[in-house]
Design a protein around this ligand. Structure first.
Ligand code: SF4
Length: 214
């Protein structure tokens, strides 16, 4: 539903531009149809195109200027879950976490082995390991886009549940193509990149949308 609405709303931007350029009524209609067809059959092309068209204007949308990223996260996740939901075995799902979830003064080295975490409860990492154990998904921690892409390449998941801030998540979801990604935004109560938090229930719900288990 959000995806189709987003497609139609986005298609109005190029349609208005085409109307101004051509001043012919049928070209904007053709543009709306074309964008919708492109979005339906080539979702990633649509999202990538929309992202790069909207990104230079993102400051105009107010807030933190993450509107294009939010669009990719919301529409991309919905499209991914609708297409692959209920069809992915848990062991072929990768739960990809950002390093900033770890308590900043924790000495445990979790980047290359998240199971070095002793689950002390001071940050969400322990509860996310519990969730991975409970659901059977793989888990990895990345310090940035390069390591995230490496984890995806090495672990060969059929689908990824990625937790990150909007900036990293939006770009990361586009970069991960063709691996389907459903994104969950972290919260940043003390600012970017430090002691971030995530709603474990939302992460679990997203995993279970992929596996089709309850
Ligand atoms: S739960 Fe505790 S041990 Fe694990 S990463 Fe967080 S602070 Fe470190």
């Amino acid at each position: 539903m959000h995806y189709h609405l987003g497609l139609t709303v986005f298609s109005l931007f190029p349609a208005v531009l085409v109307l101004l350029l051509t001043r012919l009524w049928y070209w904007p209609i053709a543009t709306v149809l074309l964008v919708n067809i492109l979005g339906l059959f080539k979702a990633n092309v649509f999202l990538s195109l929309s992202f790069h068209v909207l990104k230079p204007m993102s400051g105009l949308f107010g807030g933190e200027g993450f509107a294009p990223e939010e669009m990719v996260i919301t529409l991309g996740s919905e499209k991914t879950l609708r297409k692959f939901g209920g069809a992915i075995p848990a062991e072929r799902i990768l739960l990809l976490l950002p390093h900033c979830l770890q308590q900043h003064d924790c000495q445990r080295r979790i980047t290359f082995n998240p199971y070095n975490c002793v689950r002390c409860g001071k940050c969400p990492v322990g509860a996310l390991l519990d969730l991975a154990d409970r659901t059977g998904v793989k888990i990895a921690v990345a310090t940035g886009g390069t390591l995230a892409r490496r984890h995806i390449k090495e672990k060969h998941p059929l689908a990824v549940v990625a937790v990150a801030c909007p900036r990293d998540l939006g770009q990361g979801m586009l970069d991960a193509h063709p691996v389907p990604v459903a994104g969950v935004e972290n919260s940043r109560p003390v600012g970017d990149c430090l002691d971030t938090q995530v709603d474990i229930a939302v992460v679990e719900e997203t995993i279970r949308s992929f596996t089709g288990t309850s």
